[in-house]
Unconditional design. Structure first.
Length: 230
């Protein structure tokens, strides 16, 4: 295990095969954890952090940072600034923090949290949980059985054919939108019904085995204005 500290300049810090701690401090730094369960701190400025193999912890801190977890069950925290977070392989937890962040889970069963700002969340493959937080967010669960919560703000929930049996926990009729990226699809093509709990369930022809359930929203309350068709 090694502790590797940067300087006030633009540093390139590379870890070993053990569980290392890398601190960029000031300057536009590049940190590479390599193998092992590493902990990386970007510090000030716009930093690039790469966890590599192992269950890593990446903290962007200040600046507009790029964080990539790589393989392993990683935890990524963007911090202040407009950050890009990518979990990669494994069951990752990604937290955008302040700023307008882009967060991508990748493979695995991931947890994505936008927090403050107008964030873009993409779960990727797996059973993901997405929470937009404060701001006007865009949430796309991707493939798999996902749970999406927009939080405060006017949010857009994005789906395609074959995404899986997804659920939106807090859809606000008249505020939030559902975007369906399916060629030629329109409102009249949708099949909207109620389940046993009274929640609206949405699907369409060719979307076999996949659906969108809106918790505590009645099927009768939904209209064309609640949807965006690509």
């Amino acid at each position: 295990m090694a502790t590797i500290n940067g300087t006030s300049g633009a540093d390139r810090l590379v870890g070993t095969g053990a569980a290392d701690v890398l601190r960029g401090y000031a300057g536009q730094d590049k940190l590479f954890g390599q193998a092992g369960a590493d902990t990386l701190f970007g510090g000030d400025q716009n930093d690039d952090l790469f966890g590599g193999d192992g269950a890593d912890r990446l903290y962007g801190d200040n600046g507009d940072d790029d964080l990539e977890g790589g393989a392993g069950d990683d935890r990524l925290v963007g911090g202040a600034g407009n950050d890009d977070l990518e979990g990669g392989l494994g069951d990752d937890t990604l937290y955008g923090g302040a700023g307008h962040d882009e967060i991508e889970g990748g493979d695995g069963d991931d947890r994505l949290i936008g927090d403050a700002g107008n964030d873009e969340l993409d779960g990727g493959n797996g059973r993901d949980v997405l929470f937009g937080g404060v701001g006007n967010d865009e949430l796309d669960g991707g493939k798999g059985i996902d749970v999406l919560s927009g939080g405060a703000g006017a949010d857009i929930f994005v789906f395609e054919t074959g995404d899986g049996k997804d659920r939106i926990t807090d859809f606000q009729d008249g505020t939030d939108k559902i975007e369906l990226d399916v060629d030629g699809l329109g409102f009249n093509d949708l099949i909207i019904r109620s389940n046993a709990a009274g929640d609206a369930v949405i699907t369409w022809a060719g979307n076999t085995g996949s659906s969108i359930t809106l918790d505590d929203v009645s099927a009768a309350s939904l209209g064309a204005n609640d949807f965006i068709f690509d």
